[in-house]
Design a protein around this ligand. Structure first.
Ligand code: AQP
Length: 343
């Protein structure tokens, strides 16, 4: 295989800062995943040394149907390409193809305390949502995530508000190991992209939009224009018929307004002013139109990638090789410092 110009080992002064982020193939990504994460990734690719991982190991903390998980994983890769991520500039890979993630996860588990994991609010939320399957993976998922970040000596991790607690624990674990063994890990910082919003569920706008929620709660990136229209038409609003941004008292309307701002780049102030005297139907039409316009080119490109299995394979194989080279360096270093006999 052709050896590419790796941005991985230039002298520290010249090295771009490294970013690691991931997305679980636990369903078709939503407009929330797109606005809050995916579209920002594209904006980072020139300025940073970026690794984007399809977090399939994380996805199995919730029960997945095998054929569906496989299909969703390839769908996710096709979507990352369809939003314009260049596989030459970014390392795109499946987490399960880089075995060092599972190994690092184990090492870090042995340096993490039960009490720390018990405080994770996402564990509490997810175990309430999946009460029939509260598995140990769900409990220690933040440790696996810490390993994901630390393996690549990432400087920056784009995190939404829901992930800040996990980044904190990652920093704590890294600091603990560095104190014991010195210089094993780079301590990562959180990175807030310039544009980003927390998109809420269309049916329960006090909760975030999630791809594993019932269909009517989210807009899927691959939804047809008719489906998008129908979902927005059914979206929860309120009865006072006034368009105003007030997430506390008018969460449904405010959510539609923020989606519209995020998609058009308009400020909230001017958007609300432009909708003065209009009804919820007008707001829903406007957000439908902006969504359909945003998704159209992505869906067209997606159609080309998903049909090209050979190309997808070349992208994920090469991504895994590039990721694995970096991950192995960190894993070997950590194992040596901890005291394992070198291979
Ligand atoms: N509603 C959202 N608004 C803004 N950003 C969001 N993200 C997720 N939902 C929203 C961001 O998307 C990235 C990838 O998320 P993930 O798939 O790894 O996990 P998640 O946050 O658990 O996403 P979902 O859609 O809610 O998945 P399920 O239903 O499987 O749990 C993250 O950067 C996240 O912040």
């Amino acid at each position: 295989m052709e050896q590419r110009n790796e941005p991985m080992n230039p002298p520290a002064a010249e090295r771009k800062k490294r970013i690691l982020s991931g997305i679980q193939p636990s369903g078709t990504p939503t407009l929330g995943n797109y606005i809050g994460a995916m579209r920002n990734w594209k904006l980072l690719e020139d300025q940073y040394d970026c690794l984007y991982m399809i977090a399939d190991l994380h996805a199995i903390t919730v029960r997945q149907e095998p054929a569906k998980l496989r299909a969703q994983s390839l769908q996710m890769l096709s979507l990352l390409l369809a939003i314009g991520l260049d596989p030459e500039k970014n390392v795109l890979f499946f987490q399960s193809h880089v075995h060092q993630h599972a190994e690092m996860g184990w090492l870090l588990n042995c340096f993490t305390y039960m009490g720390e994991m018990s405080r994770m609010t996402q564990f509490k939320d997810k175990s309430a949502k999946h009460a029939d399957n509260i598995n140990c993976g769900l409990f220690t998922y933040p440790v696996l995530m810490a390993g994901d970040i630390l393996l690549y000596q990432a400087n920056l991790v784009p995190v939404g508000a829901d992930q800040t607690q996990h980044l904190e624990i990652c920093r704590d674990i890294a600091t603990r190991l560095n104190a014991l063994y010195s210089g094993v890990f780079t301590i990562p910082e959180g990175y807030s992209p310039k544009i980003g919003a927390r998109v809420m569920s269309l049916q329960d706008p006090k909760r975030k939009m999630s791809k594993s929620d019932p269909e009517d709660c989210f807009i899927g990136i691959l939804d047809t224009p008719d489906t998008v229209r129908r979902k927005y038409r059914r979206a929860v609003t309120d009865s006072d018929a006034q368009i105003r941004f007030d997430p506390e008292n008018k969460p449904g309307v405010s959510n539609l307004l923020s989606i519209l701002c995020a998609l058009t780049g308009e400020t909230m102030e001017s958007l609300v002013a432009s909708l003065e005297g209009k009804g919820y139907g007008d707001l829903k039409n406007a957000v439908t139109e902006a969504t359909v316009e945003t998704l159209k080119p992505i869906q067209e490109r997606f159609g080309q990638f998903i049909g090209d299995k050979a190309y997808l394979e070349s992208v994920y194989r090469e991504g895994a090789q590039r990721a694995s080279r970096i991950a192995e360096r960190t894993l070997s270093k950590a194992m040596k410092k901890i005291g394992f006999v070198a291979k």
